[in-house]
Design a protein around this ligand. Structure first.
Ligand code: ZN
Length: 331
């Protein structure tokens, strides 16, 4: 299905994934086996939560044939991702021991510079998906597909045993369920909902920064939705907790699958009905109001204090930009 005007969610990072997930065929083992054996089928491989990419003459590639995937090392769970007009796609989890750490000591570095590698395969890189997206190493459709693969394989890697009785569970439904052979419990991959929201009041919006953010970057406030809570309730609670701002109306704007490790970001615009900020220092380093003109200057890299807007792969970018452009709800 294509829309005349792309909805906002179709313009967020990790959200572009045109696969038909074939959910109605997952419990047909003959059909799934036929897809897996078809010569046109391709596999993406994830090891230790990172996709394996191959460097080709034309750039990076995330797709492997079945034989190539098996050549990487011991494979564990397999998941049917879906198909497009050309072929079917599966995701496979590479055993942790198939990857080794290549130490790259750099005493001046602020981050861990060690690299995961597939031994004997200098043509392959094991790269964090966030870096793949930020560096634009793959087309957006491939990044969406890898996000789907990473999130469901993250769940398999950490849910091998029944959470009700402790017996080892078995993969079923083409990788979209685990069944317990002892107590018959069925376990489904989890997606953790997060609310992310821009509180606005006339010509101003509220943004904060966490100490771990890049220098000068401000973003929309966010937090996990809790059991028994509505989206609107979580938006009001999180804004109140982090900034003491009171919120009236809440409008949904866009969502984003966020594969770190397996969230759905629910992006909203919230009507601020108070003005005085009290910053929750346990969560935020700073939190303040920004005018629309200031936000536009941040996007254009000409803010007088060098302040920056959220990265384009984040849904916060979509929320702030659409509000500033008048393309999101205004309160
Ligand atoms: Zn059980």
């Amino acid at each position: 299905m294509s829309l005349a005007t792309p909805e906002a969610s179709a313009r967020t990072g990790y959200a572009i994934n045109p696969l038909d997930r074939l959910s109605e065929r997952r419990d047909d083992p003959a059909h799934v086996a036929g897809l897996m054996e078809h010569p046109s089928t391709r596999f993406v491989v994830v090891g230790r939560d990172k996709p394996i990419l191959r460097l080709t003459g034309a750039g990076y590639e995330a797709l492997f044939t079945r034989e190539e995937a098996h050549g990487l090392g011991a494979l564990r769970e397999t998941v049917l991702l879906g198909r497009d007009s050309e072929r079917a796609y599966f995701a496979q989890l590479l055993a942790d021991e198939a990857l080794v750490v290549r130490e790259q000591p750099d005493e001046g570095a602020l981050v861990d510079t060690n690299q995961l590698v597939v031994p004997g395969r200098p043509d392959l890189i094991v790269h964090d998906l966030r870096a793949v997206a930020v560096e634009g190493l793959l087309a957006p459709e491939r990044i969406g597909l890898l996000g789907q693969a990473k999130s469901v394989l993250y769940w398999h890697a950490r849910h091998r045993f029944c959470s009700a009785c402790g017996v080892r569970s078995e993969v079923s439904s083409a990788g979209w369920r685990r069944d317990c052979p002892a107590c018959r419990a069925m376990h489904f991959p989890r997606t953790d909902p997060v609310v992310i929201m821009l509180a606005v009041r006339g010509d101003s919006c509220l943004m904060g920064r966490q100490p771990r953010f890049n220098k000068g970057m401000y973003s929309a406030l966010a937090g996990f939705l809790e059991p028994g809570e509505t989206i609107e309730g979580a938006v009001r609670r999180e804004i109140r907790e982090e900034s003491a701002i009171q919120v009236g109306r809440v409008a949904y704007h866009a969502s984003q699958p966020w594969p770190f490790p397996a969230s759905i970001m629910i992006g909203c615009i919230a009507e601020a009905v108070s003005h005085e900020i009290e910053i929750d220092r346990a969560e935020l380093e700073d939190c303040r109001w920004f005018s629309r003109a200031e936000v536009k200057a941040m996007f254009e890299g000409r803010h007088p204090d060098g302040l920056l807007a959220p990265n384009p792969i984040a849904i916060a970018h979509r929320l702030v930009r659409d509000w500033a452009d008048g393309a999101a709800p205004q309160f």
